[in-house]
Design a protein around this ligand. Structure first.
Ligand SMILES: O=C(O)[C@H](CS(=O)(=O)O)OP(=O)(O)O
Ligand SMILES: [Mg+2]
Length: 235
Protein backbone atom coordinates (compact mmCIF):
# COMPACT_ATOMS: atom_id res chain seq x y z
CA UNK A 1 0.00 0.00 0.00
CA UNK A 2 1.23 3.49 -0.89
CA UNK A 3 0.04 6.05 1.68
CA UNK A 4 -0.42 9.68 0.63
CA UNK A 5 -0.90 12.21 3.42
CA UNK A 6 -2.75 15.45 2.75
CA UNK A 7 -4.76 18.12 4.51
CA UNK A 8 -8.32 19.00 3.59
CA UNK A 9 -7.23 21.83 1.24
CA UNK A 10 -5.03 19.56 -0.90
CA UNK A 11 -7.32 16.54 -0.90
CA UNK A 12 -8.44 15.19 -4.28
CA UNK A 13 -12.22 15.24 -4.64
CA UNK A 14 -12.51 11.60 -5.68
CA UNK A 15 -9.59 9.47 -4.47
CA UNK A 16 -9.86 5.72 -4.97
CA UNK A 17 -9.52 5.02 -1.25
CA UNK A 18 -9.61 7.75 1.40
CA UNK A 19 -9.11 7.51 5.14
CA UNK A 20 -10.22 10.72 6.82
CA UNK A 21 -8.60 11.02 10.23
CA UNK A 22 -9.89 13.06 13.16
CA UNK A 23 -8.65 11.91 16.55
CA UNK A 24 -9.79 14.94 18.57
CA UNK A 25 -12.60 14.53 18.50
CA UNK A 26 -15.08 13.85 15.69
CA UNK A 27 -14.23 10.26 14.78
CA UNK A 28 -13.57 9.17 18.35
CA UNK A 29 -17.07 10.48 19.00
CA UNK A 30 -18.34 8.55 15.97
CA UNK A 31 -16.74 5.30 17.15
CA UNK A 32 -18.30 5.70 20.59
CA UNK A 33 -21.68 6.56 19.09
CA UNK A 34 -21.61 3.21 17.26
CA UNK A 35 -20.34 1.42 20.32
CA UNK A 36 -23.29 2.83 22.24
CA UNK A 37 -25.65 1.51 19.59
CA UNK A 38 -26.16 4.35 17.09
CA UNK A 39 -27.31 3.05 13.71
CA UNK A 40 -25.76 5.72 11.52
CA UNK A 41 -24.25 9.18 11.49
CA UNK A 42 -25.35 11.76 8.93
CA UNK A 43 -22.70 14.41 8.21
CA UNK A 44 -24.02 17.97 7.93
CA UNK A 45 -22.14 20.72 6.09
CA UNK A 46 -23.43 23.53 8.29
CA UNK A 47 -25.11 24.11 11.62
CA UNK A 48 -28.16 25.28 9.69
CA UNK A 49 -28.28 22.01 7.72
CA UNK A 50 -27.92 20.00 10.95
CA UNK A 51 -30.83 21.87 12.52
CA UNK A 52 -32.93 21.47 9.36
CA UNK A 53 -32.34 17.71 9.43
CA UNK A 54 -33.26 17.60 13.10
CA UNK A 55 -36.44 19.60 12.40
CA UNK A 56 -37.42 17.14 9.67
CA UNK A 57 -36.56 14.12 11.85
CA UNK A 58 -37.24 15.02 15.49
CA UNK A 59 -36.09 11.60 16.68
CA UNK A 60 -32.57 12.17 15.26
CA UNK A 61 -29.89 13.54 17.58
CA UNK A 62 -27.95 16.60 16.45
CA UNK A 63 -24.31 16.89 17.54
CA UNK A 64 -21.97 19.83 17.02
CA UNK A 65 -18.55 20.92 18.25
CA UNK A 66 -17.99 23.92 20.50
CA UNK A 67 -20.26 24.87 23.39
CA UNK A 68 -23.79 23.42 23.72
CA UNK A 69 -26.17 25.23 21.35
CA UNK A 70 -29.96 25.56 21.28
CA UNK A 71 -31.51 22.90 19.06
CA UNK A 72 -28.59 20.49 19.41
CA UNK A 73 -28.76 17.40 21.60
CA UNK A 74 -25.09 16.48 21.92
CA UNK A 75 -21.67 18.12 22.04
CA UNK A 76 -18.67 16.61 20.26
CA UNK A 77 -17.35 14.93 23.41
CA UNK A 78 -16.53 11.21 23.39
CA UNK A 79 -16.41 11.07 27.18
CA UNK A 80 -19.95 12.45 27.47
CA UNK A 81 -21.26 10.36 24.61
CA UNK A 82 -19.93 7.05 25.87
CA UNK A 83 -22.28 7.25 28.83
CA UNK A 84 -25.39 7.44 26.62
CA UNK A 85 -27.71 4.76 25.28
CA UNK A 86 -27.88 5.45 21.53
CA UNK A 87 -29.40 2.15 20.41
CA UNK A 88 -31.00 2.51 16.98
CA UNK A 89 -30.50 6.27 16.86
CA UNK A 90 -29.43 8.41 13.93
CA UNK A 91 -26.92 11.10 14.87
CA UNK A 92 -26.40 14.21 12.75
CA UNK A 93 -22.81 15.40 13.21
CA UNK A 94 -21.31 18.76 12.23
CA UNK A 95 -17.78 19.59 13.32
CA UNK A 96 -15.06 21.96 12.21
CA UNK A 97 -12.50 19.46 10.92
CA UNK A 98 -13.65 15.82 10.91
CA UNK A 99 -17.00 15.98 9.18
CA UNK A 100 -15.71 18.72 6.85
CA UNK A 101 -12.85 16.40 5.85
CA UNK A 102 -15.22 13.56 5.05
CA UNK A 103 -17.44 15.83 2.99
CA UNK A 104 -14.38 17.09 1.07
CA UNK A 105 -13.71 13.58 -0.29
CA UNK A 106 -17.31 12.41 -0.48
CA UNK A 107 -16.76 11.02 -3.99
CA UNK A 108 -13.99 8.63 -2.94
CA UNK A 109 -14.40 5.04 -4.16
CA UNK A 110 -14.05 3.88 -0.56
CA UNK A 111 -14.29 6.45 2.22
CA UNK A 112 -13.28 5.41 5.73
CA UNK A 113 -13.31 7.70 8.75
CA UNK A 114 -10.81 6.92 11.49
CA UNK A 115 -9.29 7.68 14.86
CA UNK A 116 -7.23 5.60 17.28
CA UNK A 117 -10.51 4.00 18.41
CA UNK A 118 -10.84 2.21 15.06
CA UNK A 119 -7.19 2.14 13.95
CA UNK A 120 -6.79 -1.64 13.95
CA UNK A 121 -10.13 -2.25 12.24
CA UNK A 122 -9.34 0.40 9.62
CA UNK A 123 -5.92 -1.11 8.89
CA UNK A 124 -7.51 -4.56 8.67
CA UNK A 125 -10.10 -3.29 6.20
CA UNK A 126 -7.45 -1.64 4.02
CA UNK A 127 -5.48 -4.86 4.02
CA UNK A 128 -8.56 -6.90 3.16
CA UNK A 129 -9.49 -4.73 0.15
CA UNK A 130 -5.83 -4.80 -0.90
CA UNK A 131 -5.77 -1.02 -1.22
CA UNK A 132 -2.98 0.14 -3.52
CA UNK A 133 -2.86 3.90 -2.95
CA UNK A 134 -4.60 5.34 0.11
CA UNK A 135 -5.19 9.06 0.60
CA UNK A 136 -5.04 9.85 4.31
CA UNK A 137 -6.79 13.16 4.98
CA UNK A 138 -5.22 14.74 8.06
CA UNK A 139 -8.15 16.94 8.99
CA UNK A 140 -6.78 19.18 11.73
CA UNK A 141 -4.88 22.39 11.26
CA UNK A 142 -4.65 22.36 7.47
CA UNK A 143 -3.04 18.91 7.49
CA UNK A 144 -0.45 19.71 10.18
CA UNK A 145 -2.36 18.41 13.22
CA UNK A 146 0.03 16.07 14.97
CA UNK A 147 -2.66 13.86 16.55
CA UNK A 148 -4.26 13.17 13.17
CA UNK A 149 -0.94 12.77 11.36
CA UNK A 150 0.32 10.33 14.03
CA UNK A 151 -2.88 8.28 13.81
CA UNK A 152 -2.75 8.22 9.99
CA UNK A 153 0.86 7.03 10.07
CA UNK A 154 0.00 4.43 12.71
CA UNK A 155 -2.82 3.04 10.57
CA UNK A 156 -0.57 2.98 7.49
CA UNK A 157 2.05 1.08 9.46
CA UNK A 158 -0.56 -1.37 10.80
CA UNK A 159 -1.62 -2.20 7.27
CA UNK A 160 1.90 -3.56 6.84
CA UNK A 161 1.99 -5.47 10.12
CA UNK A 162 -0.04 -5.77 13.32
CA UNK A 163 3.22 -5.80 15.23
CA UNK A 164 3.36 -2.04 15.73
CA UNK A 165 3.84 -0.30 19.07
CA UNK A 166 1.11 2.34 19.36
CA UNK A 167 3.03 4.08 22.17
CA UNK A 168 5.14 6.54 20.16
CA UNK A 169 2.16 7.52 18.00
CA UNK A 170 -0.05 8.08 21.04
CA UNK A 171 2.72 10.12 22.69
CA UNK A 172 2.77 12.45 19.68
CA UNK A 173 -1.01 12.84 19.91
CA UNK A 174 -0.80 13.46 23.66
CA UNK A 175 1.67 16.32 23.02
CA UNK A 176 -0.43 17.82 20.21
CA UNK A 177 -1.82 21.33 20.06
CA UNK A 178 -5.34 19.89 19.98
CA UNK A 179 -4.74 17.99 23.25
CA UNK A 180 -3.35 21.15 24.83
CA UNK A 181 -6.34 23.17 23.61
CA UNK A 182 -8.79 20.67 25.09
CA UNK A 183 -6.89 20.65 28.40
CA UNK A 184 -7.02 24.43 28.38
CA UNK A 185 -10.74 24.23 27.70
CA UNK A 186 -11.16 22.06 30.79
CA UNK A 187 -9.21 24.59 32.90
CA UNK A 188 -11.36 27.42 31.56
CA UNK A 189 -14.58 25.47 32.12
CA UNK A 190 -15.66 25.25 28.47
CA UNK A 191 -19.04 23.55 28.52
CA UNK A 192 -18.41 21.45 25.41
CA UNK A 193 -15.24 19.78 26.71
CA UNK A 194 -15.06 16.93 29.21
CA UNK A 195 -11.96 16.37 31.40
CA UNK A 196 -11.79 12.78 30.07
CA UNK A 197 -11.96 13.65 26.36
CA UNK A 198 -8.23 13.58 25.62
CA UNK A 199 -7.76 10.28 27.46
CA UNK A 200 -10.68 8.70 25.58
CA UNK A 201 -9.25 9.92 22.26
CA UNK A 202 -5.94 8.22 23.11
CA UNK A 203 -7.46 4.76 23.60
CA UNK A 204 -6.72 2.39 20.72
CA UNK A 205 -9.06 -0.16 19.17
CA UNK A 206 -12.06 0.46 21.40
CA UNK A 207 -14.44 -0.27 18.51
CA UNK A 208 -14.01 -3.43 16.43
CA UNK A 209 -15.29 -2.22 13.03
CA UNK A 210 -14.02 0.26 10.49
CA UNK A 211 -16.40 3.12 9.68
CA UNK A 212 -17.34 3.81 6.05
CA UNK A 213 -19.27 6.73 4.63
CA UNK A 214 -21.49 6.43 1.58
CA UNK A 215 -24.09 8.62 -0.05
CA UNK A 216 -27.66 7.85 0.99
CA UNK A 217 -30.63 9.98 -0.07
CA UNK A 218 -28.41 12.94 -0.84
CA UNK A 219 -26.51 12.77 2.46
CA UNK A 220 -23.10 11.41 3.39
CA UNK A 221 -23.81 8.69 5.94
CA UNK A 222 -21.32 6.87 8.17
CA UNK A 223 -21.88 3.30 9.35
CA UNK A 224 -19.75 0.51 10.85
CA UNK A 225 -18.30 -1.41 7.95
CA UNK A 226 -16.42 -4.59 7.16
CA UNK A 227 -15.18 -5.48 3.67
CA UNK A 228 -16.21 -8.76 2.09
CA UNK A 229 -14.00 -11.70 3.07
CA UNK A 230 -12.54 -12.11 -0.42
CA UNK A 231 -12.66 -8.96 -2.57
CA UNK A 232 -12.79 -9.69 -6.28
CA UNK A 233 -9.85 -7.39 -6.99
CA UNK A 234 -7.67 -4.77 -5.40
CA UNK A 235 -8.85 -1.13 -5.19
O1 LIG B 1 -14.64 19.44 18.66
C1 LIG B 1 -13.42 19.42 18.39
O2 LIG B 1 -12.59 18.93 19.15
C2 LIG B 1 -12.93 20.06 17.10
C3 LIG B 1 -13.17 21.55 17.22
S1 LIG B 1 -11.81 22.43 16.63
O3 LIG B 1 -11.51 21.95 15.26
O4 LIG B 1 -10.70 22.13 17.52
O5 LIG B 1 -12.19 23.85 16.65
O6 LIG B 1 -13.63 19.61 15.98
P1 LIG B 1 -13.21 18.28 15.19
O7 LIG B 1 -13.91 18.37 13.85
O8 LIG B 1 -13.69 17.14 16.00
O9 LIG B 1 -11.72 18.32 15.04
MG1 LIG C 1 -9.82 17.31 15.25
Amino acid sequence: MRPVFTGIPGAPAAPGVAVVVDVMRAFTVAAWAFRRGAERIVFARTLREALALKARHPDWLACQDGAPMPGFDLVNSPARLRALDLRGRTVVQKTTAGTAGALAVADAGLLLCASFAVAGATAGALRRVRAQTVTFVVTGDGGRAEEDRACAQYIAERVRTDDVDAGPYLARARRSTAAARLADGVRRGWAGVDPEDVAVCLETDTFPSAMAATREDGHLVLRPWAPPERPASSV
